[in-house]
Design a protein around this ligand. Structure first.
Ligand code: KG4
Ligand code: ZN
Length: 348
């Protein structure tokens, strides 16, 4: 089956086509992406209304591009998948509206996909795909979660952030340092030039004994430190960036290792935008090697939002027999949608 996937939950319009007919994981035939980062940069963050309007502008040309790249025509598409949530309501509605109208015009079924399921399964498109079961560390701009994943569609929440996500901690700290949006990659680049031990910043909930995270206190500590530095901030910025990154990475690393110990699993999957962070990857690789844990990441360009992960998640759910395909085009979106709700027995 050919599955077209459309992602529009935040500030990236992504489209991709996968083929589920082979053995194993669906094959990615083509994908295309338009990032709105430049447009939002002037405002220091995502402006939801502008995001929705830009998705409208980009989505049809991207679909045409993907079909051309794959050498296929729209009537070849068997299922149209879109990101149903979580995300910005107006932005999600663009993808949902386009997916439903396209599917209706082709008389094909439509399928709503969970954005985080897309992130979580995205390492299956890498050269070193994982095998089930595994622990997933989901670190995106809006979510920081540890999940136990036994198979497609079975997601048990082990712990999550009680306030800011790791990506938010990166972005908000970067903003305080005057770095452009989205701050994560800029802060990471600056951190390469600094001393991670220069400033003592808090490691919230590091010893809480559970698998929850909290990052809002860290942002406050960075603000306090920046104020204390005053005019010296400019010359100490790389040190502050390196210290901030070190605090975030240490918490993610220790909590991930606690999750591995608690579940007894030997496979870790890291997904979401923060999973692109080189220091996080370096430290996780070193610790996992020592402990005999296999760690898997998505390809770097598939860490942040994209259409490939949505088409892939749809394809994998279809292969697993988890979908009753809809031909009622009542597109609904879920701006807030816990991933564990997808599991057959949520909470178990
Ligand atoms: O998964 P994603 O694209 O969007 C959401 O679903 O939220 O994640 C975006 C987040 C942003 O907070 C961004 O700053 C962060 O991922 N990010 C990074 C890096 N690349 C992206 N954070 C740290 N280091 C990076 N290299
Ligand atoms: Zn995302």
């Amino acid at each position: 089956m050919l599955v077209l996937g459309i992602e529009s939950s935040c500030d990236e319009t992504g489209v991709a086509l996968v083929d589920t007919s082979g053995v194993g994981v669906p094959a990615l035939l083509a994908h295309a992406l338009h990032s709105q980062i430049e447009m939002h940069q002037a405002y220091g963050g995502v402006v939801p209304e502008l995001a929705s309007r830009d998705h409208i502008r980009r989505v049809l040309p991207l679909i045409a591009d993907v079909m051309t790249q794959a050498g296929r025509a729209l009537p070849d598409v068997d299922v149209v998948a879109y990101t149903r949530g979580p995300g910005l309501a107006g932005a999600l509605l663009v993808g949902a509206g386009v997916a439903c109208s396209l599917a209706a015009s082709l008389a094909k079924p439509v399928m709503g996909v969970h954005h985080l399921e897309g992130h979580l399964l995205s390492p299956f498109l890498s050269a070193d795909p994982p095998e089930f079961p595994f622990v997933a560390l989901l670190v995106s701009g809006g979510h920081t979660q540890l999940m136990r994943v036994d198979r497609v569609g079975s997601y048990e929440l082990l712990g999550e952030s009680i306030d800011d996500a790791a990506g938010e901690a990166f972005d908000k700290s970067a903003k305080l340092m005057g770095l452009p949006y989205p701050g994560g990659p800029h802060l990471a680049k600056l951190a390469e030039l600094g001393d991670p031990a220069a400033f003592k910043l808090p490691r919230p909930l590091l010893h809480s004994g559970d698998l929850d995270f909290s990052f809002s206190g860290l942002k406050t500590a960075v603000l306090t430190q920046a104020k204390k530095l005053g005019d010296d901030l400019e010359v100490r910025k790389a040190d502050l960036a390196a210290s901030t990154q070190a605090a975030i990475v240490e918490v993610l690393l220790k909590k991930s290792m606690s999750a591995m110990a608690q579940t007894g699993l030997k496979r870790l999957v890291v997904a979401g935008g923060v999973g692109a962070n080189a220091e996080l990857r370096r430290q996780l690789n070193a610790v996992c090697l020592k402990r005999g844990i296999r760690v898997h990441y998505p390809e770097l360009h598939l860490c942040t939002d994209n259409g490939a992960m949505i088409a892939l998640a749809a394809g994998m759910r279809l292969q697993a027999g988890l979908e009753n395909l809809q031909t009622a085009y009542t597109f609904d979106v879920k701006p807030r949608w816990p991933l564990a709700e997808l599991s057959p027995n949520p909470g178990l």
